[in-house]
Design a protein around this ligand. Structure first.
Ligand code: GTP
Length: 613
């Protein structure tokens, strides 16, 4: 395939606007997969179980297809992108390998928060954008209105907008046509030295790391010797091929093509996303890489059974090979034993990772409450990033020498119908939003107008239940997106400063349950958690005080009444076997007990506590 007949493109859209459905139709229409290969709700490109269950795309997948127009055969490379705020890093990475993008907008919903953010990422990368209205088969669709919206928000020419139903296939032919006609071919050359961008990778048990690359110049074949500009390590190419949509070996990868390379990379850390590959001995100018990933949310992950730590760590290591955006460090807790502290892009990302650990590695785990990374500046100007509540300094104690605490903030945008504007503003203000502003998106229509509300908001405010509240208080209409906006100093003089809250069982702190909370919220949070603990901790042989403390001060308390010891007490009537079985059971559950301050706490209790919101 010479460059002129290659088109590299992505589908970009707000979550649920129909990317995966359209991708499937394109694969079907080009004969890449048989029609209705899978159930209508199972998309081919969404490979992970968690993706199918939740209907969201987590990891970008790539597929190549061919299509013939007027007797000319074209090679179309589709690079799928995930559709959630947490994964915008993957979006920008996927787009680096494209020359064009289909901007897919649901004709019943119109432009949503992520439609705007992905549009800007694509614009920044100077991609040709093809606007596509989807779901026009639905009675609730309002094509004219949404076309007007695209024009007023993005300056898109209404004549360029395609109208389709990815579900029925209506109009999808025209999409293929537009990809070929409107998206420029990659500009690449066979004669220049080999140069390829590594934009993704996954791990194969037998062949090691498989790298997805887009070839900028030159040709690559099995047996070629290549090197990484990043690590300067050298490799011999074992296999090249395209994703069709499964791996399909080819004799070579030509300039402008997107495909995979297997070259005996043993460690996934060797496949540096954004790296430039070149031929050994013929170095090239590396292409600009990607910004390093930044973890936004941290949580501890511990095995339910402490003996499983080695297995858990291995599972986490394997899983991070397929999800490179997760950072991992060992952590140990007096209550939960050995575990790992992981950094995630957001809370959905964390949820997805947890579920994958459970699904794919059959791991029983406990996840501690999520925290954001705080920057603590000391009077001697030392700066420390604290991402674990137990390491958070006691700010009420002047001798700790803390000068300032900075917390991560994000620039958020929320799109809602005008009627909900007041409600949304209130929600933002109650979560410490600043610089709140708004702008009308479409006016002059008879139906309700939509507004985009923007603000700066501390990340810690949105990592818990902000998204749920947003949906709840807007009857599900609000869409939400955010981008990192750096750090901002918290005001240490006010009641709003952050403090570490610890819970005591029988006077002993349980480190795994520590939280960073606002001073102004300490009473409410303390009471709520103490109640929750009271509910899940089994009664003991003696009375157990459950307390919440800030520093040395106790701010909430519940008392767990004592229970009588003999579990067989109620079983008389003299059934010996039944009695023995009961004692056996008791022994079994003892093994999984954690002893804290002489209180026996089943591991499951932690699970109950930490899994309820
Ligand atoms: P994420 O991967 O989670 O971002 O979602 P997505 O954009 O890939 O959306 P997906 O293709 O999963 O579609 C979301 C829902 O819309 C699914 O229930 C689809 O069946 C439905 N859907 C997609 N396209 C159409 C369409 O043209 N018409 C109708 N009626 N439903 C559609």
């Amino acid at each position: 395939f010479p460059c002129q007949v290659i088109r590299n493109f992505s589908i970009i859209a707000h979550i649920d606007h129909g990317k995966s459905t359209l991708a499937d139709r394109l694969l079907e229409l080009t004969g890449t997969i048989p029609k209705k290969a899978l159930g209508s709700n199972q998309q081919v490109l969404d490979k992970l179980k968690v993706e199918r269950e939740r209907g969201i795309t987590v990891k970008a997948q790539t597929a190549s297809m061919t299509h013939t127009v007027s007797g000319r055969k074209y090679l179309l490379n589709l690079i799928d992108t995930p559709g959630h705020v947490d994964f915008s890093w993957e979006v920008s990475r996927s787009l680096a390998a494209c020359q064009g993008a289909l901007l897919l907008v649901d004709a019943t919903q119109g432009v949503q928060a992520q439609s705007i953010s992905v549009f800007h990422i694509a614009k920044e990368r100077r991609l040709k954008i093809i606007p596509v209205l989807n779901k026009i088969d639905m009675p609730a669709s309002q094509p004219e209105r949404i076309v007007a919206q695209l024009q007023s928000i993005f300056g898109i020419d209404p004549d360029e907008v395609l109208q389709i139903s990815a579900k029925t296939g209506q109009g999808v032919d025209a999409v293929l046509q537009a990809i070929i006609e409107r998206i420029p071919p990659p500009s690449a050359s066979v004669d220049e030295p080999f140069k390829a961008l590594l934009f993704d990778s996954h791990y194969d048990r037998y062949r090691g790391v498989i790298s997805l690359v887009s070839i900028h110049n030159g040709v690559i074949r099995k047996g070629d010797k290549i090197a990484s500009s990043h690590s300067r390590k050298k490799y011999e190419v074992q296999e090249v091929g395209i994703m069709h949509p499964e791996e399909l070996p080819t004799t070579s990868l030509q300039p402008g093509q997107v495909g995979y390379i297997a070259c005996n990379m043993k460690e996934s850390s060797e496949a540096h996303v954004g790296d430039t590959l070149h031929r050994v001995g013929i170095p090239v100018d590396p292409m600009p890489g990607f910004q390093p990933i930044k973890a936004m949310v941290y949580a501890g992950i511990f095995p339910v059974d402490t003996n499983d730590f080695v297995k858990l760590e291995e599972s986490i290591r394997r899983l991070t090979l397929t999800d490179r955006s997760v950072t991992c460090q060992r952590e140990s807790s007096s209550a939960l034993g050995q575990g790992c502290r992981l950094g995630f892009l957001g809370t959905l990302h964390m949820d997805v990772f947890r579920q994958r650990l459970e699904d794919e590695y059959d791991a029983s785990i406990i996840v501690t409450a999520p925290t954001v990374p705080y920057k603590v500046v000391y009077r001697n100007n030392n700066t420390v990033i604290v991402s674990n509540p137990t390491e958070f300094p006691d700010l009420s104690d002047a001798s700790t020498g803390v000068k300032e605490v900075h917390e991560p903030v994000v620039k958020a945008s929320i799109i809602v119908p005008e009627d909900y504007l007041g409600e949304m503003m209130e929600l933002c203000f109650s979560h410490r939003a600043e610089d709140v502003g708004h702008r009308f998106l479409d006016s002059g229509t008879t139906t309700s107008t939509r507004v985009i509300l923007t603000c700066t908001i501390p990340l810690s405010e949105i990592v818990t239940d902000f998204f749920d509240k947003l949906k709840g208080r807007s009857s599900g209409y609000a869409s939400f997106d955010y981008e990192d906006a750096g750090y901002k100093a918290s005001d240490l003089s006010k009641a709003r400063i952050k403090i570490c809250m610890v819970f005591l069982l029988n006077g002993k702190p349980v480190d795994a349950l520590a939280l960073i909370v606002h001073r102004s919220a300490q009473q409410d949070v303390g009471k709520m958690w103490v109640k929750k603990l009271h509910k899940v901790i089994p009664r003991q042989l003696f009375e157990v005080p459950i307390q919440a403390a800030i520093g040395k001060k106790i701010i909430a308390r519940e008392t767990l009444k004592a229970v009588r010891a003999d579990v067989t007490a109620g079983l008389y009537g003299g059934h010996y076997e039944r009695k023995m079985k009961h004692l056996e059971n008791q022994k079994e559950s003892k093994r999984r007990m954690k002893r804290i301050g002489s209180v026996d706490l089943p591991q499951e209790a932690f699970f109950d506590i930490l899994s309820t919101k």
